[in-house]
Design a protein around this ligand. Structure first.
Ligand code: CQA
Length: 294
């Protein structure tokens, strides 16, 4: 029997290597920065209204690069306000990297950081036990709902923590991205459903619609150059393929048919376009903004 494919999540060193290469080859962070600078300020106008203290929760903050950009927009909007920022991140390495950046930026002294080295579901337990009455003004979950058991329940819990005028912001890949197409065809063969789920903003919108929860949404066009994936034996191409499939050593461990099928789909017009000899994968993201429950 063929050995089952191992999730990339089992090897954090390789995950971080492939993730860093993905960030270099894609506009993932740039399209988020554009959203943060062009759209987020308006969304932040009404939060807090007149309060001198705001509570923020970052769920799955990683090393905080994107969190700090959002906090900076929040500070521009509400310069007099002090911020209590709960960081939720299970990776001690990422949390360490985040702390180092914060320690090098004395201008962040208006923010009190609380470091929670735990998963979203552990945080939920912890919050229920210790902070039941505390509410949040701004909660964000960026590229993390793939890693929870029940995305709908996770959203409901965090939405229930919102203050009046509070906002919950979710960013995931769009159902119209190449990821959506890849998953529709190969989810059962690729997704280790124990660890990660193939969920898109389209799935989240369906969940919210069925619960009658209203939301705003935004599309963030984004691309990823996957040309190297098609060079047999290319080390960077293999790292990018691991990231795309979330399978550890995909090229070496997948069956010949699976590998050929995935490569064919990746360069198919459903997933990618070709431009100037490069293969450009559609990495479009979606943003969903939810208010306090009514
Ligand atoms: C682990 C799990 C996920 C990680 C990680 C470590 C991750 C980034 C960095 N380290 Cl153990 N996840 C991540 C972030 C952004 C992103 C994707 C994953 O765009 C891509 N997903 C598909 C859109 C993969 C499911």
């Amino acid at each position: 029997m063929a050995s089952p494919l191992m999730s990339l999540v089992n090897d954090d060193g390789r995950y971080q290597k492939s993730f860093q290469l993905f960030l270099e080859r894609s506009s993932e962070h740039q399209c988020m920065r554009d959203f943060i600078h062009n759209k987020l300020p308006d969304l932040l106008t009404s939060i807090g209204d007149g309060k001198s203290h705001l509570n923020v929760i970052g769920v799955g903050s990683g090393a905080g690069e994107i969190d700090l950009e959002m906090l900076s927009e929040l500070h521009k909007k509400h310069p007099e306000v002090v911020v209590d920022n709960e960081v939720v991140e299970p990776s001690s390495q990422q949390l360490h990297n985040y702390k180092v950046v914060v320690s090098q930026k004395p201008e962040l002294n208006y923010i009190k950081f609380t470091w929670n080295k735990m998963t979203a579901s552990e945080f939920e337990e912890h919050w229920k036990q210790t902070k039941m009455t505390k509410k949040a003004d701004f909660i964000h979950m960026i590229q993390m709902l793939y890693y929870v058991k029940d995305p709908g329940a996770t959203i409901s819990f965090f939405q229930s923590l919102l203050n009046k005028n509070g906002k919950l912001i979710i960013i995931l890949v769009s159902e119209k991205s190449g990821w959506g197409k890849l998953w529709r065809k190969y989810r059962t063969q690729l997704c280790n459903t124990e660890i990660s789920q193939c969920v898109t903003t389209g799935d989240i919108k369906s969940i919210l619609d069925s619960k009658g929860v209203s939301y705003q949404s935004f599309d963030l066009p984004s691309q990823m150059d996957i040309t190297e994936c098609f060079i047999e034996g290319d080390e960077k191409g293999e790292l990018l393929l691991d990231f795309l499939t979330e399978v550890l050593d995909f090229s070496k461990t997948a069956s010949q048919e699976l590998r050929a099928g995935v490569l064919e789909l990746l360069r198919h017009p459903d997933c990618s376009m070709e431009a100037e000899g490069r293969v450009i994968f559609n990495n479009n993201l979606g943003v969903i903004v939810i208010d306090k429950p009514t």
